[in-house]
Design a protein around this ligand. Structure first.
Ligand code: SF4
Length: 317
């Protein structure tokens, strides 16, 4: 859940209290609202800031029965599905089939992608729009080759620009402006700061929205034990994440399976969401004890966020 969503949260169906003695009481939704599925482990880029190249998980491709089970288990729940995790989604050539499967059988479902755009051929663009994709975000961190290519190692800038623009032309000409949200996003860093205004001018008229965002720090990327922030977490309130092997984790930053709470090949998604392992992790986070969870013990996310509105009598926020 994003900080601005947590600020507004009210009247949602939540899980029963985890631990009455915890110092905060966070509003976990009764069922997940966002599900990410790592349908493949690979990426076509080797970006220096991303731990994707550390992944050695098997299998490299999620079996069809696994992603179908995740979708079947959650049909009608109003889920936004993101069929990717730390990988580039369109390395998986099954994506149009996956979108069709999600959308054809569930009118409450939404499908969202984040892509670097390089593999977005015209054929794939048409198939995804026809299959019913709802949200397409393109991550392009610069408006010139000199700025872009050093940060997105292995990706051809010309291809990215041509293919992204072609997708957006098909989106516009095909009458998808009101049905599909498209976004261009750029992580602002000192190297590309001077291109921000030109970036907005170029992409603004071509898509639904331009987002300029900031670099975040993944857990376990240099933080020491003493850097841990002893606060609850917003990321775990309404999302679930699945690896190619069916294991489920609580956090999209869990590249190395440090916070696995179940496996969808053995349990239903609902069982995993309410499992003992998941409840223990929530109770620990609600007490601000990230230091007791392996994954979270090197995480300083949300250190500026004011959690006081969620504080209980058991402590101060
Ligand atoms: S690592 Fe833990 S504390 Fe950090 S964002 Fe993920 S779940 Fe939250």
């Amino acid at each position: 859940m994003r900080p601005e969503q947590a600020d507004e949260v009210q009247n949602i169906s939540t899980l029963p209290i985890n631990d009455a003695s915890a110092r905060w009481r966070m509003p976990y939704t009764a069922k997940p609202r966002f599900i990410q599925m790592e349908t493949v482990t690979k990426c076509n880029a080797k970006c220096p800031f991303c731990p994707q190249n550390e992944i050695v998980r098997d299998p490299a491709r999620m079996p069809t029965e696994t992603w179908k089970k995740i979708v079947d288990d959650t049909r009608g729940w109003g889920i936004t599905y993101r069929p990717f995790l730390t990988n580039e989604p369109f390395v998986d050539n099954r994506m149009p089939e996956i979108v069709r499967y999600i959308k054809d059988n569930d009118p409450t479902a939404r499908v969202e992608f984040n892509t670097n755009g390089e593999l977005m051929t015209e054929k794939l663009s048409g198939e995804l729009l026809e299959a019913g994709v709802d949200i397409m975000r393109f991550s392009i961190d610069g408006l010139s080759r000199e700025i872009y290519e050093p940060s997105r190692i292995g990706i051809d800038f010309t291809k990215v620009m041509e293919r992204t623009q072609r997708f957006l032309e098909l989106w516009d000409e095909g009458g998808y402006r009101d049905k599909v949200f498209t976004e261009l996003r750029m992580i602002e860093v000192p190297e590309n700061k001077h291109e921000v205004e030109a970036y907005k001018d170029f992409w603004g008229p071509r898509c639904s929205e331009v987002l300029i965002t900031h670099m975040y720090q993944w857990p376990w990327t240099g933080q020491k034990r003493e850097d841990v922030v002893l606060k609850p977490c917003l990321k775990v309130l309404d999302e679930m994440f699945f690896y190619t092997n069916g294991n489920a984790t609580i956090c999209c930053w869990d590249v190395h399976e440090r916070a696995v709470v179940g496996n969808v090949n053995e349990q239903s998604v609902g069982e995993i969401w309410e499992s003992y392992a998941a409840r223990c992790m929530r109770a620990t986070l609600d007490d601000g004890r990230r230091d007791l969870l392996n994954l979270c013990s090197r995480c300083n996310a949300y250190q500026e966020y004011d959690f006081s509105r969620f504080a209980t009598d058991a402590g101060t926020g």
